[in-house]
Ligand binder design. Structure first.
Ligand code: PMV
Length: 333
């Protein structure tokens, strides 16, 4: 048995969004989704076995390891309990977790964080249940999109079949298939006011929710083909439709959820301006104010320059498709 393990897992950006759940407590999605796993936005998690006592959860940042607020540690604690029950092992853990990017601001920090935690717990317990079960266990954290972050490249997460389905995601193309870039305009670093867990549950209250479900089969088809054929011309318009509709549904949920900030709109306008100038770049957003701009490598510098010049943009992250989780030799705690 290993005493300690550290795993780095990436965030992902959804091309087709998971928005709505049929079972919130198990994070079963109401619709299939497709995402690209990132390279730079990552979480690292060290898990150590303890001799006894209680679990200990630490957030590691510039000030070193410290006890996080209860809202943060409670979700980790609940997932440790789930993993312990699944493994059938009466062990205790010491956990240190760290993000390379702002947490809770719509940059999928829960996806990367829970993917890293799940994989590090499996490693420290010396368990390898295979890729589908790894994905399903990450999903059960409550952050469904963590199911996609255990893989690199381009990933599809189908709706679970009837019965006791484990509902895993699966890769559809590796990271070398298409070197897409994701230039992230960070306009907000504070955690969002309404969690995506809450957003999933409010979504069916929007009059636009049912309509989106009818449009999804064709969108999933187009995005799958666009990835296969490496066609940004086909992918881009669907990316933008999906992002706008996710927020349309959020804004018309009951009660409504407004994730956008004024600078969000400024970035969307800048992306349209880039296209008018002949730069093929398309925006998408998850449940937050920050904007992801997807482009080919040759256009990345022009996109960075345009976004960095906008007054409301605090930081630009140059990201792109990445290889998925890795185990590290250096430990956080
Ligand atoms: O995995 P959750 O519960 O944090 O929800 C993710 C929701 C979106 O990021 C908006 C869409 C997605 O598919 O990642």
């Amino acid at each position: 048995m290993r005493a300690r393990s550290t795993v780095q897992a990436p965030a992902n950006i959804a091309f087709i969004k998971y928005w709505g759940t049929t079972a919130p407590e198990r994070a079963l999605p109401a619709n299939p989704s497709i995402s690209m796993t990132l390279r730079e936005c990552v979480s690292r998690c060290t898990v150590e076995l303890r001799d006894g006592g209680e679990d200990e959860i630490l957030l590691v940042d510039d000030e070193g390891p410290h006890v996080p607020p209860p809202a943060f540690s409670d979700r980790i604690q609940a997932h440790l309990d789930r993993l312990r029950e699944w493994a059938g092992r009466e062990v205790r853990f010491r956990v240190g977790t760290q993000n390379s990017f702002p947490a809770g601001a719509g940059l999928a920090s829960s996806a990367s964080g829970f993917a890293a935690l799940t994989l590090a717990v499996l490693r420290v317990l010396d368990l390898d249940p295979g890729p589908a079960q790894r994905s399903a266990l990450a999903r059960r954290s409550g952050s469904g999109s963590a199911a996609r972050s255990v893989f690199g490249g381009f990933v599809r997460w189908p709706v679970a079949d009837a019965g006791p389905a484990i509902a895993p995601a699966a890769p559809i193309a590796g990271p070398d298939h298409w070197p897409l870039r994701d230039i992230i305009a960070v306009v907000e670093t504070e955690p969002k006011a309404v969690s995506s867990l809450e957003g999933h549950q409010r979504a069916p209250g929007s009059p636009h929710y049912a309509r989106r479900q009818t449009l999804l089969p064709e969108r999933l088809e187009v995005v799958g083909t666009a990835i296969r054929e490496r066609s940004l011309d086909r992918l881009g318009p669907v990316l933008e439709e999906e992002a706008v509709e996710l927020h349309l549904i959020a804004m018309s949920s009951r009660p409504p959820i407004f994730y956008w900030r004024p600078a969000t709109l400024a970035v969307l306008e800048a992306v349209r301006g880039l296209r008018e100038d002949g730069v093929a770049a398309y925006f998408t957003m998850d449940a937050g104010a920050n904007v992801h701009v997807v482009c080919e490598p040759a256009e990345a510098a022009a996109v960075v320059e345009r976004l960095a010049a906008l007054p409301g943009v605090r930081r630009v992250i140059r990201d792109g498709v990445g290889p998925g989780p890795i185990e590290l030799d250096t430990h956080l705690i």
